[in-house]
Design a protein. Sequence first.
Lengths: 127, 270
Amino acid sequence: MKALVIDDSRVMRRIVSNILVEVGFETIEAENGRVALDQLESHGDVSLCCIDWNMPVMTGFEFVVETRKHPEWRNVTLMMITTEGEQDQIVRALAAGAHEYVIKPFTPEVIVDKLQFLGLVDVKESV
Amino acid sequence: MTLTAETFDFVATLVRQRSAIQLERGKEYLVESRLAPLARSAGAADVDAYVRGMRADITKHDIVVEALTTNETSWFRDLNPFTALRSTVIPDLQGKGRHQLRIWSAACSTGQEAYSIAMIIADNFPSVRANIVATDLAEQVLAKGRSGRYTQLEINRGLPAPMLVKHFERQGPTFEISSALRSQVVFRKHNLLDNPPAGGPFDIVFLRNVLIYFDVATKRDVLRRIRNSLAPGGYLFLGAAETTIGVDETWERLQLGASSVYRPREGKAT
């Protein structure tokens, strides 16, 4: 499965990518929403986007809104990963069509938990 | 990779002295899995090397005891039991005319399991009323559960975002669970070796990742007490690495999807 990691910080893209690769994804990256839309277009097989909120050129929120205008991307799972932790922002993102929301900082388990209940990775039970 | 007997004995003795928890031989996997992250972050080659390095350093002893005794807790932990609860267990109880469910979350820690159960019921079974008793030994974790307030890091662990926005409200740096859900959960101090807490008999008991800490005799004793606290037709959930099989044969195991659930066998109750 292919995941698109969207963040203007290269370090953060690396961190998120490493977590996703660990659980079996192939990842591609974009530094803002505009580049991410181009990537979605050129790679027809992206199943997950991990999206920062605040980025130059096009924000993650705008990216979610844009993506949801395209019926052909209906099956792409959208997960915000952002420092924006205000309740109304989470509500806005979900209402715009994001499936999940992770507030930074986070640990790898947080991402894996979310991917499990989104059905994108198998559930491994803890000891 | 297996631990040396020396490492295991040292850790088991340390944990017994500090917490009264018995780690018998055969629990090497538990020591291994709980200490591996500590070993990694300390840059040790493996758990053996880590333990060798920390033996003389008394300041590290607390961390090791804590790693072995603290129940990691997250929302909808392991997911499968909650799927079984929603898809089979509650519909079955409802079909038997039970619309007021008594549920016991044993060794509840800071309450995420109890509130996860409350959310499943609120979101899927509007006609079911839940009375959930959440128990633990430690007053500190009970107080936190009662407060219903969780940090951002705690909220991140396993709580689906749609449930977060539906059932929680942000209060400064913390998220507070709704008073409607909070009113369904009563937190009580309780020792599993005592008589069951008030609030039963229970339709559903969650006792997950607790039995692994006990020797066989204690496991039997705890399971007997749980059995006596269950209502007829009641269900018991254990942790994924736990079972009644080989410990107490008065239980039958049902496979519900990817989760196991236990019920007392007919006519064998004591």
